[in-house]
Design a binder for this molecule. Structure first.
Ligand code: NAD
Length: 254
């Protein structure tokens, strides 16, 4: 399938899931800009893409910095003639490895989480929207998490940041829909990749597998990428304002 031929997509945040998004979008014909604070990691994914005949550029990007985002958008427009899609995917996980709640989490960790995960997504939107509007519309995806709605005893800042990202998404969908912009959040379940797998203790892994409904497996970056390619493509042209779970049915909601 080449549903993204002729489209230019800026992926803000590579890593495990972002690498999967970049590979899939490029395979479907997109011009991919993969931006990350870790340029070497983004560059190695883009090397793979170009070696396979795809089109991509790796950029040093700090999604929490307005100027850095503006530079990436300008590069997309100068290189490929415009911007059709933004996927805000990066995250800070600083409040995740501690058994802390609202009473214990250091305020510095709370502030940092919201600075990156929520303010960062807000800045990305401000930087990319004008170029997407210039193009006559496009698609914006925000990576969210079941933490936004599940109610968890830990990672309170992360959960708040992801809930805020969904609110931002609905605003963008509502305000810019008539100008051709679709916005959606994708909510992955537990997606295994190198970093995440390294962090899981055997008992955490066992617990996650016990929740799995789909052939006893956890998620893969490719699962999330398949949904996001649809949302970026014209096949997703009637989907906007939604939080779409790609979690093997672990969360089920109305
Ligand atoms: N892996 C999972 O199980 C899972 C589950 C639910 C949601 N998510 C969400 O998926 C997204 C991707 O997570 P992942 O698991 O692939 O993590 P990851 O750590 O592999 O990737 C995150 C990437 O973001 C980059 N990054 C961090 N701060 C940045 C910044 N300011 N600007 C640009 N890049 C920055 C990191 O360098 C890294 O490459 C996140 O939004 C995360 O909250 C992941």
């Amino acid at each position: 399938m080449m549903r993204l031929e002729g489209k230019t997509i800026l992926l803000a945040g590579g890593g495990g899931i972002g690498g999967g998004l970049a590979r899939r979008d490029a395979r479907e014909g997109a011009n991919v800009l993969l931006g990350d604070i870790n340029l070497d990691a983004a560059a190695s994914v883009v090397d793979e893409i170009t070696a396979a005949g795809g089109r991509g550029l790796a950029v040093a990007l700090d999604g929490t910095d307005e100027r850095s985002m503006a530079k990436a958008v300008a590069l997309a427009c100068a290189t490929y003639g415009g911007l059709d899609g933004l996927h805000a995917n990066f995250a800070s996980f600083v409040d995740q490895d501690q058994d802390t709640g609202v009473l214990e989490l250091p305020l510095a960790a709370f502030d940092e989480t919201l600075r990156v995960n929520l303010r960062g997504f807000y800045l990305c939107t401000r930087a990319a929207l004008p170029a997407i509007l210039d193009r006559g519309g496009g698609s914006i995806i925000y990576t969210s998490s079941p933490a936004a709605s599940k109610g968890e005893p830990t990672r309170v800042a992360y959960a708040i940041s992801k809930a805020g990202g969904q609110t931002l998404m609905r605003h963008v969908a509502a305000r810019y829909g008539r100008r051709g912009v679709r916005a959606n959040s994708v909510s992955p379940g537990s997606v295994l990749h190198e970093r995440h797998e390294a962090e899981l203790t055997p008992s955490m892994k066992e617990w996650l597998y016990s929740l799995a409904l789909i052939k006893s497996r956890l998620g893969r970056p490719e699962d999330v990428a398949a949904m996001c390619a649809l949302l970026m493509s014209d096949e997703g042209s009637y989907i906007t304002g939604q939080v779409i779970s790609v979690d093997g049915g672990v969360t089920m909601r109305l």
